[in-house]
Design a protein around this ligand. Structure first.
Ligand SMILES: [Zn+2]
Length: 339
């Protein structure tokens, strides 16, 4: 053990006393300081002093959350235009902090892009809705309404991010408004509602029908023939078919597969065969000398169904061919020579 002299002991005691009073003094000063002062962050937004905030951490977290999620469900993304700078400071305790105001300022300085869905019809925007469900409902409804049309419109959805927009007020009304022009553009509908045999169709409809003919591909029903009369106006009236002149007895073959719907005499047609190919298309073969099928027979494309003759109102051996769409005669040449 170290042996101290009396003098040394005195110095040690004095030093220890000094340390004690220094420590107590520091604590007292610090305590007094925190009664009067507090730590805050001085904030600059885009190089402009805006005051103090109590908690940098809480404010930053709130801003991050706002930028990621926005304040409502349909916010796509938020771009902040605020650059914040913080400086830790000790200020008098009664100085007010402005956390709320700084957050409001950041919001004010942000560009909010909302996620909406545009409904496009043939590439043209018809309106906006706020949810994918609504958009899908419009698309499905319009497609259902135009399901039977030949000239279908293309309905598509497009995700959009917009700062300002106006949503369609009523989805059901919107569906009708989108559908009406499509309905009008589909002249084919007129054929459906007025299937009178004496009607003809415009060239636009005729070629649209042909272009939409995917499952049927008609063949000319006879070989070694000459066209003796075309579809259209004649001095005797409107000619609803194509006359193919060939010697009596020439084989007539089904232009396309189908079911025989008529196989008998019919006035000016003489012996007539009709074949239904689907719910819309039927072909006629008139003036036959022989009918080789019966009503209800299923025939394949190219099957022998009858023979050329000159029965009914006819000036010589030929087959009168008609192509009908929902009962309306179409120009057969457009369909028979389409391959
Ligand atoms: Zn004819």
């Amino acid at each position: 053990m170290l042996k101290m002299s009396g003098k040394t002991r005195l110095v040690a005691r004095l030093l220890s006393k000094l340390f004690m009073s220094l420590a107590i003094g520091s604590i007292t000063i610090l305590s007094l300081m925190f009664i009067k002062y507090k730590f805050v962050y001085a904030v600059e937004v885009n190089n402009e002093d805006v005051g103090y905030v109590a908690s940098k951490l809480a404010l930053e977290k709130r801003i991050d959350d706002y930028l990621v999620n926005g304040e409502s469900d349909n916010v796509g993304y938020v771009i902040s235009n605020s650059r914040l700078k913080y400086e830790l400071m000790l200020v008098e305790k009664n100085i007010e902090t402005k956390d709320e105001e700084v957050f409001a300022m950041v919001k004010e300085n942000s560009d909010v892009y909302y996620k909406v869905y545009a409904v496009l019809v043939d590439g043209k925007e018809k309106g906006l809705v706020g949810s994918l469900e609504e958009a899908q409902h419009i698309l499905d409804s319009v497609n259902e309404k135009q399901a039977d049309y030949i000239n279908k419109s293309t309905v598509e959805l497009e995700e959009k991010y917009l700062q300002e927009y106006e949503l369609l007020a009523d989805v059901e009304i919107a569906i009708n408004e989108i559908y009406e022009p499509i309905k009008k553009a589909n002249t084919v509908v007129e054929i459906k509602t007025t299937p009178a045999a004496s009607k003809t169709v415009s060239d636009d409809v005729l070629y649209a029908l042909r272009d939409n003919l995917t499952s049927l591909n008609f063949n000319v029903p006879v070989t070694n023939y000459i066209v003796s009369s075309r579809f259209g106006w004649r001095s005797s009236g409107y000619h609803y078919g194509l006359d193919l002149a060939a010697p009596t007895g020439t084989e007539i073959r089904a232009a396309e597969s189908g079911v025989v719907t008529y196989a008998d005499w019919l006035g000016a047609y003489g012996y007539l065969i009709r074949i239904k190919h689907n719910d819309e298309y039927e072909t006629y073969y008139g003036h036959c000398s022989k009918i080789l099928v019966n009503v209800g027979d299923t025939v394949e494309k190219g099957d022998l169904i009858g023979k050329v003759g000159s029965t009914g109102r006819s000036s010589g051996p030929h087959v009168h061919v008609e192509v009908r769409y929902q009962g309306t005669p179409l120009n057969p040449e457009v369909f028979l020579y389409n391959n």
